[in-house]
Write a protein that binds this ligand. Structure first.
Ligand SMILES: NC(=O)c1ccc[n+]([C@@H]2O[C@H](COP(=O)([O-])OP(=O)(O)OC[C@H]3O[C@@H](n4cnc5c(N)ncnc54)[C@H](OP(=O)(O)O)[C@@H]3O)[C@@H](O)[C@H]2O)c1
Length: 332
């Protein structure tokens, strides 16, 4: 682990320690004391400095949960040191660096995976199947949003030099939902990024996208907002809503709410014998680590229920979409 990040300590390391195929071997920090505290529960080595960790022969793979603008540099350093890499989202801050890293990993025969591209939300396969089976008629639109409350003190998320900003931090989730639910052929028709008072990065934004068939996706995101994490698929005959859609707690049981024109009767028709709309808990973090470990072992296993191994090109398509939103916002 490179850096004692909140997400690493709170979610990733417990998941890595719990899975049979992964072990937390070493934890690096810029501060030796911080590394010692984070490493202790796992009996892992505490290392001062990220480069020092990359020199260790007992480390097979590296997890990179640094501020976004540092992902590219340290992912490249890890790959060049012969380590597989699981990087936090967004993998880099531009499509060119993303493409270069994917190329380097492929050429080196090493696994490179981005956390947010590795697994869909637990509800996605169910939502996709309901739509494909006509539960809401013909699909017309997606509305998706993601927002987190502001911090009392600025963090790297407020620093443009560290890759801060709401688009990469929270906008990535609804954009990914659009890609997973509507496909990758999305045109960005319009976008707007908002800089809050005194902020050096965008603190909110929105975008309107469309598929070639004319299904629209309206995306909203922010990092100084009441918490939201949801998507809605709207069809000719009804709508399907999922709240707490992205990064839910490990024990969260996703609820897919289906509303149709004919109400409860139609709802039961779709539910009976098909899907329990209160889905089983599905720990995304655990799934991500398991998919990464399988990728490293080249077994090809992926997110359960989502059709196999993580797609290596997914981070590039996501980076291009983020870039298209940013460019479009600059034009209007
Ligand atoms: N927190 C979440 O819920 C969450 C969820 C999903 C994804 N993520 C992603 O995970 C990554 C980390 O997010 P986080 O919230 O966990 O961050 P965080 O707690 O602020 O940790 C970032 C770590 O990066 C290291 N670092 C190195 N240079 C730094 C610098 N100049 N400024 C600040 N930190 C520096 C620090 O580790 P040392 O001091 O130990 O070296 C720090 O602990 C981001 O890419 C984020 O998008 C976070």
């Amino acid at each position: 682990m490179l850096g004692c990040a909140d997400i690493a300590v709170r979610r990733m390391m417990p998941a890595m320690a719990a899975l049979p195929g992964t072990e937390v071997t070493a934890v690096a920090s810029r501060d030796a004391a911080k590394a010692a505290v984070a490493a202790a529960p796992y009996g892992a080595a505490a290392v001062e400095g990220y480069q020092e960790l990359l020199r260790r022969p007992d480390v097979d793979a590296v997890y990179v949960p640094l501020p976004a603008a540092l992902h590219a540099e340290w992912t490249e350093a890890a790959l060049r040191a012969g380590k597989h890499v699981l990087a936090e989202k967004p993998l880099t801050t531009d499509p060119e660096s993303t493409a270069a890293l994917l190329g380097l990993a492929a050429a080196s025969g090493l696994a490179l995976m981005e956390t947010s591209c590795s697994s869909t939300t637990a509800s996605t396969p169910t939502s996709r199947k309901l739509v494909a089976d006509g539960a809401i008629g013909e699909l017309r639109a997606l509305h998706a949003c993601s927002a987190s409350p502001g911090c009392p003190t600025p963090t790297f998320r407020h620093d443009p030099g560290l890759g801060g900003g709401a688009l990469g931090d929270v906008g990535v989730y609804p954009l990914r939902a659009a890609q997973h639910l509507l496909g990758d052929e999305l045109d960005v028709l319009g976008a707007h990024l908002v800089r809050g008072p005194g902020s050096r990065v965008e603190t909110a934004g929105g975008a309107l996208l469309a598929t070639p068939a004319g299904v629209t996706a309206h995306i909203a995101f922010g990092m100084d907002h009441g918490y939201r994490s949801a998507y809605e698929l709207w069809g000719s005959q009804g709508r399907l809503v999922v709240e707490r859609a992205y990064t839910p707690p490990a024990d969260h049981r996703p609820v897919v709410r289906l509303e149709t024109r004919t109400g409860v009767e139609a709802l039961q028709k779709w539910v009976q014998g098909w899907f329990n709309l209160v889905l089983d808990a599905d720990d995304q973090v655990r799934n991500t680590v398991a998919a990464f470990a399988a990728l490293v072992a080249r077994t090809g296993a992926g997110h359960p229920g989502d059709g196999g191994a993580p797609d290596p090109e997914a981070p590039l398509r996501q980076a291009r979409l983020l870039d298209a939103v940013r460019r479009r916002a600059a034009l209007v």
